[in-house]
Design a protein around this ligand. Sequence first.
Ligand code: ACO
Length: 425
Amino acid sequence: MSDKKAQLVLDGREKPIDLPVYEGSTGPSVIDVRSLVSEGVFTYDPGFVSTAACDSNITYIDGNAGILLHRGYPIEQLAEKSSFLEVSYLLLNGDLPSPQELASFEEKIRYHTMVDEQIHEFFKGFPRTAHPMAMLSAVVGGLSAFYHDDLDIDNADHRMQAAIRLIAKMPTLAAMCYKHGIGQPFIYPQNKMSLAENFVNMLFGTPCEETTVSPVIAKAVDTLFLLHADHEQNASTSTVRLAGSTGSNPYACLASGIAALWGPAHGGANEAVLDMLSKIGDESRIDEFLLKAKDKNDPFRLMGFGHRVYKNYDPRATVIRGICAEVLDELGVDNDPLFKIARKLEKLALEDDYFNERKLFPNVDFYSGIILKAMGIPTSLFTVIFATGRTPGWIAHWNEMLSNPYKIGRPRQLYKGETKRDYPA
Ligand code: ACO
């Protein structure tokens, strides 16, 4: 801790209030405002744009420079040299695993991919038309019914066991959401397959015939999961932390994170990108939609553009852009009209002053939606795939919080309602 201080001068108060300033290992310093409550004032920061709600050692983002580090390692290097499960280990444990540690972690994940048969019954209660995120949040929350009484959240081994179960079961549950919607039998995970191969097989396999998973597609899915594995204190991760701060069951906390991820301003953006491309419908209408996005009287925004934190190119978008080209090539769908619209829209928006001045670049969701669509995955499943990738990040943050002293999350407010008044006699 440094001796740096900030001083708050309040009108009508004789003395300024001294507030300690703390430095992180990199990035902005923070002003500790915790003492303000005893001075009778709160800070005001709707949307938490300038508020650090916790200490964390997991992920660092410099949005202006377009930098994303997990435990210090740049995302570009991890995407090139690592795998989703290795990054999951890294997020949870702080360092990269040795080859033996990685093999043991992968083995544990493989062993936990099946879900209790009773979970199959949950799905029978859902209409076939249910949104996959509705089913996913319900069944992940439902896991807390299976893993509760014996789970001691103050025990580090128990927390790691919950992390392994969640990372392992999420692809299985995500695929079940898809299979239920199309009325096909669930496909059990196969221990001979990697996590990504298994996921593709559980999505597209049937009991009638063997499926083969193309290595290009398996690698693309693994990298998609890896790129989504963590992103610091985003809305869904903060939701998991907030729910966890009350001592809740981790599976229930993850369900709350899934709910937060669902919205189009967060994980639902890749689904919204494809809906938008379909609405545009033809390259000749791109200009019309760009005008709509720039019109302040029109609520329409260009989906897949802009980011709360990145005011530069999202480094994940650079990686995923390359994968997108590989996947379209492998699947031979390069000439699909929707993908042509996407390419032209990207080009025109990047050349447009409105988007440049506001530093609005294509985000990771712009490309992930296109890749998933090319793979034949329905748009309503996109956010479920994001949730599957984000699981190690959510659980790593939950674990980090519980491994240290923590307080229940409880924001304050600026009250603007009626003051005390009497009920009519
Ligand atoms: N299309 C058109 N204009 C936009 C867009 C967009 N996609 N995004 C931001 N702007 C404009 C705003 O209208 C504002 O303009 P102004 O300064 O003239 O008023 C300016 O850019 C700054 O935007 P903010 O709303 O202040 O940016 P904020 O950080 O609050 O929003 C957000 C970020 C929610 C991601 C926004 O860019 C957006 O809605 N994007 C589309 C949805 C999307 O792709 N979400 C995915 C996010 S990534 C993720 O969750 C993994």
